[in-house]
Write a protein that binds this ligand. Structure first.
Ligand SMILES: *[C@@H]1O[C@H](CO)[C@@H](O)[C@H](O)[C@H]1NC(C)=O
Ligand SMILES: *[C@@H]1O[C@H](CO)[C@@H](O)[C@H](O)[C@H]1NC(C)=O
Ligand SMILES: *[C@@H]1O[C@H](CO)[C@@H](O)[C@H](O)[C@H]1NC(C)=O
Ligand SMILES: *[C@@H]1O[C@H](CO)[C@@H](O)[C@H](O)[C@H]1NC(C)=O
Ligand SMILES: *[C@@H]1O[C@H](CO)[C@@H](O)[C@H](O)[C@H]1NC(C)=O
Ligand SMILES: *[C@@H]1O[C@H](CO)[C@@H](O)[C@H](O)[C@H]1NC(C)=O
Length: 675
């Protein structure tokens, strides 16, 4: 905490400092970095703008403007003494609307009065008139910045700086410019260029010499002055004098500005603080300027508003269509869809385009904007980045799978916490819809069912044995079987379960799949194998033949599990009782019996005793006879669900299993558990 004295000291310093900056620091000096707080006497058309610019003339023709510091300055102690030294520095700008034409110039003036009454505009610079011009009684000392050559006053050119004593015929003048300190060379300056320039006027009362220097704004004062006149101004100076500026316009619209000014008697004028100077207005030719000053603000305003909207829109779009792309994905560019395209394709993932909500996410129908290909877009929310690289690599390689019983995976897209898979659209929807929504298209015929099952078996066989890699599907079930326009069964969603395997902590075994289709060893070890796929296929097969889910939690406890039901009918020697009653006996009983037996075979709880998909194919084609089921031990058929490690991590992906209590049914369902 600051103590009292520190606070007072800081306050005092602040007060002194601020008064020093804004107005005269002491009796001898003034400094105005901008004229907001300057006590100036203005006349004619002179004005101080709201930004602190001293505007001597405002563009009106044939006018003059004066601005004098309101208080007189004491140049001499008595009237008869020699004048004191003084020094002044100011920044000015002459802006002509028809460059390089201009309307006269301006001058720094030391005068006996606060204005120059009776003076004329135009070439008289607001300093004198016809009758008093050149009269020694004027007591006017001026430094003119003249932009018009008036031969009557012996002007050297139309861009000169001169020292005027009582009249407009300069005692000394020079074309505007400065001597460069680097090489001493002379550099021209244009007074009317519109850029700001700085002028220094210094008078040495002892040496009786007046120097005038001018330079571009950002330059330090050149060592060599532009004008150096030996003169004793004492006779022309009264004891008290006013200092200020005069300027006049003629027939060309011109603005004369003073941006900052400092003055000091008997010392060096304080340096102006350039950064504090007010900014010059932008002015073009008159006509344009009128149009601009009236037309620009609304235009600019609307442009600003428009661009704000544009930015907001852009940012929103950018966020809306944001994707996650990592370096390693460049290899997969051909398999990558832009989110924007998918967004457009699905009309913004509209509810109307929703095909279904699967275990892993929502699936939408869409039409790709360029190719017009119909697609199904699956949005999978996925928080883990872990293993994403491997997974995408797999997805991309799965994209190369080509089989008439697999749903083609066209590509993917990634966003934050979301993976999007793009499949070819299957117009006839998923099998479970057809199986269970009887009102739709009636009931699937036996031949259709048989073909679909054979198709799925063929697709799964391809995945297991015919492709370059062994692909374990992990989630074979009716809702993952889609029907193309020829009612071929096509296996979809392959590999997706892998995502969750990749993303999980290896410490815990996170089983993914669907209850009722999961092989017992799969739930136990968490390891998916081709054999666990066969188990799922068996459950699927029975589902299609029997027309009910593998686990029907609405059924009585004895018929809870489909395999149990089929097994029971088989034991009773009436296996065909298990066939979907909706078929109304319209089926081939040999085929049905074979299929039901095959389903039980695949549902063997011992994975080694299950057939491979190759064998399944052979059985279905009738090429090989089924083994005798009665030779198999009872204990090995059925869903061996029992409480075991990892069941808390069990991920159910079948929404219809909701409300199904895993652990309670686990005990109830161990009918074939045979422990
Ligand atoms: C200039 O100032 C004078 C006096 O204040 C005013 O009458 C005139 O309209 C002004 N001209 C312009 C162009 O602003
Ligand atoms: C400005 O100067 C005049 C004349 O000396 C004086 O009357 C007036 O009080 C001053 N105003 C300010 C704000 O200093
Ligand atoms: C010229 O200016 C002086 C004062 O500066 C004034 O007394 C005189 O009347 C003016 N003459 C004319 C013709 O305006
Ligand atoms: C100078 O002005 C004074 C007073 O205004 C006048 O008496 C005198 O005649 C003028 N001198 C010349 C040479 O015009
Ligand atoms: C400066 O201006 C004068 C007069 O217009 C001209 O003669 C001279 O060549 C110019 N010098 C430079 C260096 O531009
Ligand atoms: C004027 O400039 C000359 C150099 O050209 C310098 O010697 C002299 O001291 C200057 N006088 C003033 C009053 O600054």
């Amino acid at each position: 905490m600051m103590n009292y004295f520190e606070v007072v000291t800081i306050l005092l310093v602040l007060i002194l400092f601020s008064s020093d900056l804004t107005s005269q620091g002491n009796n001898n000096g003034l400094i105005f970095n901008g004229f907001q707080k300057a006590n100036m006497s203005l006349d004619g058309i002179a004005k101080i703008t709201s930004t602190g610019l001293l505007m001597l003339t405002n563009g009106t023709k044939q006018e003059q403007g004066h601005a004098f510091y309101s208080n007189p300055i004491k140049f001499k102690n008595t009237q008869d003494e020699a004048s004191s030294s003084f020094s002044t520095s100011f920044v000015f700008s002459i802006i002509s609307e028809y460059q390089p034409l201009s309307a006269h110039g301006m001058a720094f003036v030391i005068a006996p009065t606060r204005g120059l009454p009776g003076a004329l505009p135009a070439s008289y610079l607001g300093l004198f008139n016809e009758s008093n011009e050149g009269n020694v009684t004027n007591h006017v000392v001026a430094v003119e910045l003249d932009t018009i050559q008036n031969l009557g006053f012996h002007d050297i050119d139309d861009n000169h700086v001169g020292i005027d004593i009582n009249g407009l015929t300069s005692s000394l003048s020079s074309p505007a410019g400065y001597y460069d300190d680097k090489d001493g060379g002379f550099r021209n300056l244009s007074l009317v260029s519109g850029t700001s320039k700085r002028v220094w006027v210094e008078y040495d009362g002892m040496v009786k010499q007046m120097n005038v220097t001018i330079a571009p704004l950002k330059f330090d004062k050149p060592t060599k002055p532009l004008l150096s006149l030996s003169i004793d101004i004492s006779p022309h100076i009264n004891q008290m004098m006013y200092v200020g500026f005069s300027s006049s316009t003629g027939s060309v619209f011109t603005h004369h500005y003073v941006l900052g000014w400092s003055f000091m008697i008997n010392g060096k004028a304080e340096e102006l603080v350039l950064s504090q100077l007010p900014k010059l207005p932008r002015v073009g030719p008159k006509k344009k300027s009128r149009f601009l000053t009236m037309g620009i603000p609304p235009i600019i305003l609307s442009l600003v508003i428009l661009s704000l909207f544009g930015v907001a829109y852009y940012v929103r779009r950018k966020r809306m269509f944001a994707e996650v792309v990592e370096d390693w994905e460049h290899d997969y560019a051909t398999r990558r869809f832009s989110f924007k395209d998918l967004y457009v394709a699905t009309e913004g993932f509209k509810e109307k385009e929703l095909l279904g909500t699967g275990g892993f996410g929502r699936v939408y129908r869409g039409v790709l904007p360029d190719s017009k290909i119909e697609i199904a877009v699956k949005r999978v929310s996925h928080e883990s980045r872990q293993g994403m690289r491997e997974f995408v690599a797999e997805i991309v390689s799965l994209g190369r799978l080509r089989h008439r019983n697999l749903v083609p995976l066209l590509g993917y897209c990634r966003r934050k916490n979301e993976l999007i898979l793009v499949y070819e659209y299957m117009p006839n929807g998923s099998l479970d819809k057809l199986l269970y929504d009887q009102n739709e298209n009636g009931c699937l015929s036996w031949n259709q069912r048989f073909r679909i099952i054979k198709g799925v078996a063929s697709g799964l066989f391809y995945l297991h044995e015919e492709w370059e890699q062994v692909v374990v599907h992990r989630d074979v079930k009716a809702s993952n079987v889609l029907l193309d326009n020829e009612m071929n069964g096509r296996l979809g969603d392959f590999g997706l379960a892998r995502l969750y395997d990749h993303g999980t902590d290896p410490q815990t075994t996170h089983v993914v799949g669907t209850l009722g289709y999961l092989a017992p060893e799969h739930t136990r070890t968490g390891k998916a194998t081709t054999s666990s796929d066969v188990y799922s296929f068996g459950a699927f097969l029975l589902e299609v033949i029997c027309g009910r889910r593998p686990i029907d939690h609405q059924a009585t406890s004895e018929s809870l599990i489909l395999v149990d039901v089929v097994y029971t009918w088989w034991k009773k020697g009436d296996i065909l009782k298990a066939v979907d009653p909706n078929l109304r006996n319209n089926y081939v009983s040999q085929e049905a019996e074979m299929m039901l037996k095959l389903g039980m075979l695949c549902s063997n709880s011992e994975s080694v005793d299950r057939p491979s998909m190759r064998q399944v194919m052979l059985y279905m084609e009738g090429a090989v006879a089924l083994p005798d089921i009665s030779l198999l031990g009872i204990s090995t058929i059925g869903v061996t669900l029992s409480s075991r490690d990892g069941c808390e991590n069990f991920a159910m992906s079948n929404p219809s299993s909701k409300g199904f209590s895993y652990s309670s049914s686990a005990t109830e369902s161990s009918i074939f558990g045979g422990r």
